[in-house]
Design a protein around this ligand. Sequence first.
Ligand SMILES: Nc1nc2c(ncn2[C@@H]2O[C@H](COP(=O)(O)OP(=O)(O)OP(=O)(O)O)[C@@H](O)[C@H]2O)c(=O)[nH]1
Ligand SMILES: [Mg+2]
Length: 1141
Amino acid sequence: MGHTNLENIVDLQKNTANIRNICIVAHVDHGKTTLADSLIASNGIISNRLAGKLRYMDSREDEQLRGITMKSSSISLHFTANNQEYLINMIDSPGHVDFSSEVSTAVRVCDGAVVVVDVVEGVCPQTQAVLRQAWLENIRPVLVINKIDRLIMELKLTPLEAYIHLQKILEQVNAVTGSLFTSKVLEERAEMEETEKPSSDTKSSEHFYDWSAGLEETDDSHLYFAPDQGNVVFGSAIDGWGFRIEQFAQMYSQKVGISAQVLLKTLWGDFYLNTKAKKIMKGAQSKGKKPLFVQLVLENIWSLYESVVVRRDKEKIDKIVSSLGLTILPRDSRHTDPKVHLNAICTQWLPISHAVLSMVCNKLPSPLDIAAERVEKLMCVRSRRFDSLPPQIQALKQAFLECKSDETAPVIVFICKMFAVDSKTLPQNKLRPLSQAEIAQRREQARKRHAEKLINQMQMLEQNPPEKTLEISPGSASVKDMHAESPMELAELATCREESQQKECFVAFARVYSGTIRRGQKLFVLGPKYDPSEALTKMPEGCSLNDDLSIPHLACCTVEDLFLLMGKELENVEEVPVGNVLGIGGLEDYVLKSATLSTSPLCPPFTPLNFEATPIVRVAVEPKHPSEMPQLVKGMKLLNQADPCVEVLVQETGEHVLITAGEVHLQRCLDDLRERFAKVEISSSAPIVPFRETIIRPPKVDMVNEDIGTQQKIAVIHQKKEDQNKYPEGVIVDSDGLVTLNTPNKLSNLSVRAMPLPETVTQLLEENSDLIRTIEQFNLSVKEGRGTQEINPTTLEAIQNFKQKLEENFVGRKWRNAVNQISSFGPRRCGPNILLNRLESYRPSMWQCLDKTRKDLGTYKDFDNSIISGFQLATLSGPVCEEPLMGVCFILEKWDMSKVQQLVQIHSQPFTEGQTAKVEEFQQQVTSNENSLSELETRLENQARPGDQIQDSRTPAESVADGHCNSEAVLTDCYGPFSGQLIATMKEACRFAFQAQPQRLMAAMYTCEIMATAEVLGRVYAVLSKRTGRVLQEEMKEGTEMFIIKAILPVAESFGFADEIRKRTSGLASPQLVFSHWEVIPSDPYWVPTTEEEYLHFGEKADTVNQANKYMNTVRKRKGLYVEEKIVEHAEKQRTLSKNK
Ligand SMILES: Nc1nc2c(ncn2[C@@H]2O[C@H](COP(=O)(O)OP(=O)(O)OP(=O)(O)O)[C@@H](O)[C@H]2O)c(=O)[nH]1
Ligand SMILES: [Mg+2]
């Protein structure tokens, strides 16, 4: 534990005002872990000489091997500044985009962030992402500009050039924070206006829109990074130096005779020193003078490097060392590597740990400073209003703000992730040095044993039977102790012990937001879906934690172990007060990934974490030996618990699938599965790439760019199949794609048409899927008659905006009034496809949250759900290769229910004899067509699988109660319930309507940013084009020789891309792939050459060019669907053609 012992840290944990919870965030490889090393070395946990080389926080083997961090881990450090002792809980996070979920979990439990930027690479995509995450969690950032040694040694800039470069980097970072801030101010203003509206209604005529209002008034100076504000450190983590300009201001104030205050304000900026007048003047640049920062700061550092590393000028070094008053050990100054010498000087002169830690203590908030706004955000999801929560729940806000640790304060703890540790590393199982007393005791025991042994031997010798001379081993003595008689039992015990020792233990990574958590304490575990208002209604007043509660997502646990997190080491503690980060053991049976613990059942679960990464790479895994399947399943469950971002599922095909954020993440998950969780040999499939299916407008040109209209179609080898042949009997498709289909019992029929959505609309739907989910939830709660939740005014405004934007983007006659006809989105009720209901007299209720007076007024309200479910199923898997649809609009144009109504009416009246006969006759008439339709029906039945989210939410009792005669019961016939028939029919109708249009596949695309030098640029392009990537932009990074290439690349072609680029460029370029969007693949998956030109151009098989067809077939093959493919085209016998014969 270095200089500080456990008791000291436990004491510090109680002084909340002096606690800082921080995380180090940055783009990959910008030097977070190296910086963390220096900070850890300052506490004596590792030696200064090893700082930067050890990478202490990268405790996994693969992290050390690959040189990147893969999970975030925490360590508690001690620091003294201004006679105050501080406890700093520091979390090192990974920078690789695949692990960005680890950043999300880390920022949730912190109050501040140290943003590290590589001075050469500047602001990179992940730098922006982490700054955004810090904003989303309302935590305050400070900046470390790292790797300044590269400006000296690699780029060989002069101090002045370096100063200009540093200015640019600072501007870049501030531009990102600036844009985040602006959007936040505008959002807040919108919210304020919304709440003020009722009072200002009278004045609304004078109200005019000023877009910039609020921006000028809001003081934003504290948000920006500025050296004179003290929130910027310049440094080089690897060489161990770093400073804030404050340090130089103090150093020079005596030397130059100017007050430190003035120097602090002028050291960074366009100021220069007039040596004659001993004055600081403005306008260094225009007068061609050296700015103060160059003269007083950078030149010193440059000359230090020059003399120590470049020239190795011993005399000069001695002069510098003595003038700075440092003592350098001879083993450092005589070392063959000049960097060691430099490091020894720098870590004494300008230790980076001091610069960073004092900045953290001065500039970042303590847990006491938690803002009310952040508390509300944590307690209440965005779409709901905080003030709409019950008052008892709102009262808990005070507990957060007060941050009290005494007995009266409720305990509130948030667990942001679960991580697995080897149970051997737990403090209770660790070997530790013995104390003097223990050593003495053991010695005594050994002596006794020895004496006993001697006595035994003596006795045996006396009796002297030869076979009994065997010694009794110490092992068998212990066996006796354990009263284990038979060797079988012993063996069992041993395996048990072995198992328990090898077991992976889960530790919850958590933070205390109120109260003090103690060992043995009983707490409620609130799952992410828990609703505290249920506790209000269901729980009797004063119920205790021991009562058996049957409230969903609420459990009760006893805290087993509490740990202080020290990198990979854990230390046992008895209690942890408010404001600290900690580990909690023994919760693996209660918490899956995240949860809230509290003594109060009224505490709402914290809002879900904001994950930036979309899990997109999926593979199917199976054990090498099929008998090991149970271990694999168990292992996958553990993996799912141990990783915040991975998803595991069993597909319909029975495959066990892992979904990960990228290739590196995938590799780590597979390694973990193999070595830690399943401990069996596993094999994984090639990555399963997701596709989307869509339709487009009929294309105007064919595959050889000839106008289709003017071409005369000549069927060459493949006759294009007659369109009507595609459809089974009973499906009527008219010339413009309207599909009409009967339900199996012939009582009703539907007409559906499919149209491609305008691209902008699809994009809107994609961007607003969360909003759509909120709308659907609201509609559902209204439909089910649950109390309507109040929607937050900002969300309402967002819905209004969304609706308006949809209206703007649906242009043209055919989309007239489309927005009001929307009856559902799909799949899963929030996807990028739309169902329009064009029936007259039908008014869908999609927008009822905006207009509360309107009511759903459909004629066939009872069966509306079936139609929507059918649409949901159709959009979930399309006909091309059973992948989800995207950008498709289905229009329900006709829906004939007259026969149904007739039947229901007859049934609802008391029957006379005549009527009974009539009904029978009617039913006979209906079923007479049964035979001809049987084929279609069986297929439909099969597709309407049982359990397929039949979403008729009304219980039979309800439908009887509200006066609708139980039509469902009347209509149940040999084809099953009528609602089920409708679902199947609607699904089929949508599929046929989809097939009536030109179909296309959509591929997932990555964007990647590659930084490369001019020499390897060509090779980067070659790799990109081989993988059908497209370069969007190429520009030179200012001040360097690097080019930045922005490109997009299909996910299907991306596997091994990063490796290939690295190999081809000898490691100079390494791309980061981030999922960006879906793109239509232009070629038709079903295309075959039909015109003479196409035949000439592509040949008879035309299988070389059709990428879409290739993708489609691989997906179909994987899913076990029928694939139309010729395997052997011309089975000719092979001959050797020899000239001599
Ligand atoms: N020249 C120079 N190199 C540095 C400096 N700091 C770190 N590095 C090097 O940069 C590389 C990456 O450093 P890490 O500390 O592992 O970077 P990281 O930000 O933790 O990387 P991830 O955790 O994978 O995101 C290592 O090779 C370090 O030696 C520095 O100040 N100067
Ligand atoms: Mg790292």
